[in-house]
Design a protein around this ligand. Structure first.
Ligand SMILES: *Cc1c(COP(=O)(O)O)cnc(C)c1O
Length: 447
């Protein structure tokens, strides 16, 4: 099948996500035929290094044999059963393991990150209602936050281009300043930025705690804001403020969970225990959609009652799908067998050295890293930089999609040193190429 035919059929029949479809009149889709490790291979055999882990989901490379084998084995016994009134070994085992890893022992499942966020928001508000505080049903979210795009999640997402068209559909909540370390005033440390932002949160909670169910937060890295990184101090101060004002803390670890922050869960690095954790993306290593909300005994117990309506009656058809749970169990097996967290630390330090020439580039500012996420901002980039960089990176056989003027790498953990060197070199050449092509009329710079 010639590529051009597949592209035309895709444009005719598939409505692609996060895309103004008309732009594909000028910009071709890339038809991917196969995946192999960190490489995506197109229909002509051309290889692209997937430096963003296919929208942050692919932890261990494409086609990871152990995850594949676990799904195949599960296929031979049970592909699916409804989870209301029924249970199965993969979901029990996964829930026990996630409970052990997080300290939050009750797991509720959904299918995508946004569904986990919906679950967490509903659970938090319903928790307070069950405790006799029905007025506590609003949420606090950070400037620049991203929690997904269903109507509930969008209401706590601060990205104007995603929200504006749906303003009448979404609830009103409270936004508080981001502790983004780039907001530092001259001489101010990241900890001080965090303290300044936490003081604003404290003020908000002190005034409005009677109507606030929870703070929802992306721990350590605000991904869609452009990999805004901040001090763990903020999480500690936010946790204390939530406790003081009887507000739950929801950690959205959909992007940063499963080792991306450098710890299994980002909150752990900060020594902070949230009341609820949202997980998705890397949970199945990028093989199948699965999401999970973990909650504390305290939250769980508030729903445990003879009255049906005090229960959490939320559901999705594919809740706890056995194939997805088998993939997730295989992912946790890999974390244990390969000592992934420790080996990532060593890799990240080696790759920092490879990325040093990027950091030294005259147009690069705020070069930063947390765990296995690298990011930098490009100054004097001109309009449409994200598009130009994306195209220039493709020409270097790299899949890198900047967010605005922020270029970031979020590679599969299995990237080896040679591939990291290719990424470092290609990313630098793409930067010079993108800067050289100057302004174009493209100005859409989405994640
Ligand atoms: C991607 C993401 C979501 C939404 O997950 P989907 O699976 O895309 O619905 C929510 N929160 C964060 C922090 C994310 O990165």
């Amino acid at each position: 099948m010639p590529n051009s035919d597949l592209l035309a059929r895709s444009l005719a029949a598939v409505w692609h996500p996060c895309t103004q479809m008309k732009r594909h009149e000028a910009l071709p889709l890339i038809p991917i035929a196969r995946g192999d490790g960190v490489w995506l291979i197109d229909a002509d055999g051309r290889r692209y290094l997937d430096a963003v882990s296919s929208w942050w989901v692919n932890l261990f490379g494409h086609g990871e044999p152990r995850i594949k084998a676990a799904i195949k084995a599960q296929l031979d016994t049970l592909e699916h059963v409804m989870l209301a009134g029924f249970t199965h070994e993969p979901v029990v085992r996964l829930s026990e393991r996630l409970g052990q890893l997080s300290g939050l022992g009750h797991a509720f499942y959904g299918s995508d990150g946004a569904s986990a966020v919906e679950i967490a928001l509903k659970m938090a508000a319903h928790y307070w209602r069950n405790l006799g505080h029905p007025a506590k049903h609003r949420f606090v979210y950070l400037e620049g936050s991203y929690h997904g795009e269903t109507a509930g999640a969008l209401a706590v997402t601060d990205v104007a281009v995603f929200r504006e068209a749906y303003a009448p559909l979404i609830g009103q909540h409270f936004v508080t300043p981001s502790p983004d370390a780039r907001h530092a005033q001259p001489g101010e440390s990241a900890d001080e930025v965090a303290e300044r932002a936490a003081a604003r949160l404290e003020h908000l909670l002190a005034r409005h705690h009677g109507e606030i169910a929870a703070l929802i937060i992306e721990p350590l890295i605000q991904g869609a804001a452009g990999m805004a990184m901040y001090s763990p101090r903020y999480l500690q101060l936010a946790r204390a403020a939530c406790d003081r004002h009887q507000v739950l803390m929801i950690a959205d670890e959909i992007a940063v969970g499963f080792g991306r922050s450098g710890e299994m869960f980002a909150c752990q690095g900060a020594g902070v225990q949230p009341d609820l954790i949202c997980l998705s993306k890397g949970i199945t290593g990028g093989f199948l959609p699965l999401a999970c909300v973990l909650c504390s005994d305290t939250v769980y117990t508030a729903f445990y009652h003879d009255d049906v309506a005090r229960g959490f009656l939320h559901s999705h058809s594919y809740t706890g799908n056995p194939l997805a749970c088998a993939a997730a169990n295989a992912v946790l097996d890999i974390f244990e067998a390969d000592d992934v967290i420790a080996s990532n630390r060593a890799k990240a330090e080696r790759w920092d050295a490879l990325f040093a020439p990027l950091q030294a580039h005259p147009n690069v500012v705020h070069f930063r890293r947390t765990g296995m996420v690298w990011a930098f901002d490009v100054i004097d980039a001109g309009a449409g930089f994200a598009q130009r960089y994306f195209a220039a990176a493709l020409a270097q056989d790299l899949l890198v999609r900047p967010i605005g003027n922020t270029v970031y790498f979020m590679p599969p953990y299995v990237l080896n040193d040679d591939e990291a060197a290719l990424l470092a070199d290609g990313a630098l050449q793409a930067l010079d190429a993108a800067l050289a092509t100057g302004d174009t009329d493209h100005d859409l710079s989405l994640a």
